[in-house]
Write a protein that binds this ligand. Structure first.
Ligand SMILES: *Cc1c(COP(=O)(O)O)cnc(C)c1O
Length: 330
């Protein structure tokens, strides 16, 4: 397949709204005041079904399949937001979706997949063994893989966020996007820059796992050891045979910013306090980058993507109460 274009994003936007929402863009006035930006607005993607933007790419990929392909069923191995999104869309469309998980994945995760309409395929002791099972089943039964980021249809699906935000904001000139595998950033950047070439695209990576950044610096996909982070949705590599997102991210990003765990916490607390929304760690990364001054947004009209809200309740509450205490005593 070729690299996706604005035309592919437009095609995606003709397809996906049967299952996907057009999300609101809400002003973050306090953040604009604090940072000296002309305006800051947040695109609330955590309002999507299953609590993340990943339904856009999943819907575009699954809806583009032929009847014959859908009859064979689809397969993936993500335990996180991508697995939930694929399960949801497949459930709505009546397509059999196998989600390969290891025995170590907590039961509530496989239950969530089943409740949405996916079929957990539990196999092996590690995520690597679950992935091996995915490849075996694909070869044996000919199921169609639905991948989380390195795919033109996924990128075009995520790109519909870019189309929406240019319609919602006539003057947005700086877009802050969390970066992991790069499907989200590649889609948004390609769509926004096709329509508004002067717009500036800023990637936000996490210090504990800046895999795309290191890969771009090395000129090829690299692997980094996994560390625990609040932004668990940003973990995982870029894929050893990355074909689409690395070149697109390289071409379109104007500035790369890296944030630490405390920045994520500040972002989550801001989202709770000032926006009244739940942001998971990954989704709070751009807010944290602005609050800490790691990105200069003075006099800019900024849009940030609040990408998801799937965070363990106990972890979320401990972040909010820790920050509440800190801010009270300041
Ligand atoms: C997947 C995900 C991201 C990163 O998207 P990529 O396309 O992998 O770069 C960011 N935030 C959330 C909540 C996600 O689920």
């Amino acid at each position: 397949m070729k690299q996706p274009t604005l035309e592919d994003v437009r095609k995606a936007s003709e397809r996906i709204y049967q299952y996907v929402r057009q999300t609101p863009l809400v002003p973050a006035e306090r953040l604009a005041e604090l940072s000296g930006a002309k305006a800051v607005a947040c695109k609330l993607e955590m309002l999507q079904p299953t609590g993340s933007f990943k339904v856009r790419g999943a819907a575009n990929s699954i809806m583009a399949l032929s009847d014959e392909q859908r009859a064979r069923g689809i397969i993936t191995f993500s335990t996180g937001n991508h697995g939930l999104a694929v399960s949801y869309i497949a459930g709505k469309m009546g397509v059999l979706a196998r989600v390969c998980l290891s025995k170590r994945v907590p039961a509530y995760r496989s239950e969530a997949i089943r409740a949405l309409g996916g079929t957990p395929e539990i196999w092996g002791e590690s995520q690597d063994e679950a992935e091996a099972r995915y490849h075996d089943l694909m070869r044996r039964d000919g199921q169609i893989p639905i991948v989380p980021f390195d795919d033109p249809r996924v990128i075009a699906g995520q790109g519909t966020i870019g189309l929406e935000l240019t319609e919602q904001s006539a003057d947005a000139d700086t877009i802050l996007v969390p970066l992991s595998g790069g499907g989200l950033l590649a889609g948004i950047a390609m769509a926004v820059k096709s329509l508004r070439p002067e717009a500036r695209i800023v990637s936000i990576s996490i210090k504990r796992s800046p895999v795309m950044l290191r890969s771009l610096q090395a000129g090829c996909p690299v692997e980094l050891p996994e560390q625990d982070t609040l932004a668990d949705s940003l973990l995982g590599g870029v894929g050893q045979d990355n074909r689409y997102t690395m070149p697109l991210v390289e071409r379109f990003v104007d500035e790369h910013v890296v944030v630490g765990e405390n920045d994520l916490k500040e972002g989550m607390y801001y989202a709770f306090r000032e926006l009244g929304v739940v942001a998971e760690g990954a989704a709070a990364a751009p807010l944290g980058a602005i609050l800490s001054g790691k990105v200069d947004v003075r006099n800019r009209s900024v849009v940030t993507i609040v990408t998801g809200c799937n965070v363990e309740v106990s972890r979320y509450l401990s972040v909010i109460s820790e920050k509440e205490r800190e801010h009270e005593t300041r």
